[in-house]
Write a protein that binds this ligand. Sequence first.
Ligand code: PEP
Length: 256
Amino acid sequence: MRKPFIAGNWKMNTTLSEARELTQDLVEHMASVELCDLAVCVPFVYLFAVGEIVKGTKIVLGAQNLHWEEKGAFTGEVSAAMLKDFGTDLVIIGHSERRHIMGESDEMIGKKLRRALDAGLRPILCLGELLEEREAGTTEEVLRRQLEEDFKNIKGEDMASVTIAYEPVWAIGTGRTATPGQAAEAHEFIRHLLAGMYNSAIAQDTRIQYGGSVKPENAYDLFKEEEIDGFLVGGASLSAEDFSKIVEEALRARDL
Ligand code: PEP
């Protein structure tokens, strides 16, 4: 069985003192959680402070981006080695806000994925369709393109370190969640693609999170779908109480 994996994505939120307080609260709320992997993906500037608090707890430290080059003249960018220096274990790559607001291409995302893995970081690779793509019936075409291009230089042996997050762009931060059926269908299609790109064992073992307005109120129904192995949670991860309720509901859905 794929172990559930729920990660928070704080995006560009919190002050330093809020980041510390939220992390302390999360550590307290999560102390008794055993059967689920947990992570927080925080702004670069808070990695050190949050890392100090989560050290030795169940909560894994993640970043939200990295640059694909090892080092050099890339003003304002952060390398994989710098993230490792701060004790970062995970990194989100290809979030829709980076694809669609910051203009990241599949080629850039593929290079970031390769760099993260080479540096020993575990990536959460996000993909998903825009509303107009879903309405035009091209969701599968978009997922296929993203997956094939982003994973072009990723080998089967790398996949044990990779999590995929299916995040329909129309559901992110909008309060509009994919139905459990829509999410499961997309996850199943991603798994079918992985089987073709690698093999069926890798497709079965790769964890696929759902992301897009996950809240305590919808976590149970979503997690009833076996295809959903976890969540990437944005807005609701800014409240330790909501985040821990999401974890509770997800585990309840699986009788864990
Ligand atoms: C996200 O940040 O990846 C996300 C899914 O955000 P939200 O939960 O706020 O929709």
